[in-house]
Design a protein around this ligand. Structure first.
Ligand code: APR
Ligand code: PHB
Length: 389
């Protein structure tokens, strides 16, 4: 089989890229190792920057998001038992859209299938070949039959554990990583959110986040030890601990209910550079991971997709040079989002080995931030998302 772009991975990166390429008349096949249900079972962050919203609009997959998503004009930080609002709209003129990544993926899947675009799910032994040449290919097993797809380009949209990055010779790639000494325990529950806007909580017992998926569905997180297991955390223990980390008046308003999903995620900052190896391009989590504080993961995946789509569109229109700039363009934005996610993580969490000086610095920084319009603007302009340069 032949296609112009072979896309590996049907997460948000792969599906969004496929949709945009199809809009430009560029043929593509998506090859995914899991089933659609498995892909939709992963619960991830739910805050979209305006540039991501715009890209979903361009891709023609934003109708439900505009109906069901919740535009937020502000976000709260809570420390010392007090809640402080950051006026995102007032400080930057921009807002964010609260709409779950699972729903973004569902909309992309529906659009792909409605457009009749080629997608292979449950592909085994996916492998990339000859990407140092102009005629790369992808092979996979489907129902025990081996298939090969010849392409002009391969887009590695196969996430952090995928095979694309791993197929690059070690000498050709640099990896930069920071692993944090804690995780996030997340609970999804069909209860109304405790507050209309998100609350990021700094507390001596550990960070907490009050987020939401709709007016009837909440998403809450607690900083937990890396050694914690989900089974150790009953629903009751989760809600009790969350209440301890919230101001009393907020805890009193918290509505609790049975968890419909509960999981622990480790926190990591990671970047692989460059993001292009001949005919192979890395996109999204395949190239970089941010800790979830700040909700940049999906938004960064979307900006990679925007850059790669533009580059490929130009390529097929006869302008070959933009392809050369994909990696540098994407990385310039990625490193800024890495910095912001690392900074916000450092600001809001308890670090087990922090001495009293580090704790005082964290406190002073929060105090300064909330007293300075300039500092709040820095936070706000990063939170709503930096422009696509
Ligand atoms: N072959 C085919 N598909 C693969 C392979 C493989 N060898 N390995 C992984 N995959 C698939 C995974 O099953 C998954 O569906 O690639 C997809 C990658 O999707 P994501 O992990 O969601 O990555 P991405 O699309 O880049 O999305 C980035 O996800 O993790 C969040 O915070 C992140 O929000 C961001 C978004
Ligand atoms: C979420 O709703 O899951 C979420 C929101 C904001 C974050 C991280 C996760 O920073």
């Amino acid at each position: 089989m032949k296609t112009q772009v072979a896309i590996i991975g049907a997460g948000p990166s792969g599906l969004l890229l496929g949709q945009l390429l199809a809009k430009s008349g560029i043929s593509n096949t998506v090859i995914e190792q899991r089933s659609p249900d498995y892909v939709l079972g992963r619960i991830r962050a739910g805050v979209l920057e305006q540039t991501t919203v715009d890209l979903l609009d361009t891709a023609g997959v934003a109708a439900r998001m505009h109906q069901e998503g919740l535009p937020h004009d502000g976000v709260e930080l809570c420390f010392g038992g007090e809640r402080h609002r950051i006026d995102l709209l007032g400080l930057t003129g921009k807002r964010v859209m609260v709409y779950g990544q699972t729903e973004v993926t569902r909309d992309l899947m529906a659009a792909r299938s409605a457009a009749g675009l080629s997608t292979v799910y449950q592909a085994d032994e996916v492998a990339v070949h000859d990407f140092d040449s102009a005629s790369p290919s992808v092979s996979y097993l489907k129902d025990r039959v081996r298939h090969t797809v010849q392409a002009d380009f391969i887009a590695g949209c196969d996430g952090f554990h995928g095979i694309c990055r791993a197929s690059v010779p070690g000498a050709a790639i640099s990896l930069h990583e920071k692993v944090y000494p804690f995780g996030w325990l997340g609970v999804l529950a069909d209860v109304p959110p405790v507050s209309p806007e998100l609350i990021y909580v700094q507390h001596e017992r550990g960070f907490a986040l009050c987020s939401q998926r709709s007016k009837a569905r909440s998403r809450y997180y607690l900083q937990c030890a890396l050694s914690d297991e989900v089974a150790q955390w009953s629903d009751e223990a989760f809600w009790d601990e969350l209440k301890r980390r919230l101001p009393q008046a907020t805890a009193a308003q918290l509505q609790t209910g049975p968890a419909i999903e509960k999981s622990i995620a480790p926190l990591r900052s990671f970047v692989a550079e460059p993001m292009r190896f001949g005919s192979l391009f890395l996109v999204g989590d395949a190239a970089h991971i941010v800790p979830p504080t700040g909700a940049k993961g999906l938004n960064l995946a979307a900006s990679d997709v925007a850059y790669l789509w533009q580059a490929m569109h130009s390529y097929y229109a006869g302008k070959h040079s933009e392809i050369e700039h994909y990696s540098a363009r994407a990385l310039a934005r990625i490193w800024k989002a890495e910095r912001f996610s690392w900074w916000m993580t450092s600001l809001m969490h308890q670090f087990p080995d922090a001495g009293s000086f580090a704790q005082k610095m964290q406190r002073a920084e929060l105090d300064y931030l909330l007293g300075s319009q300039a500092a709040m603007t820095v936070l706000a302009e990063n939170y709503v998302g930096l422009p696509l340069a």
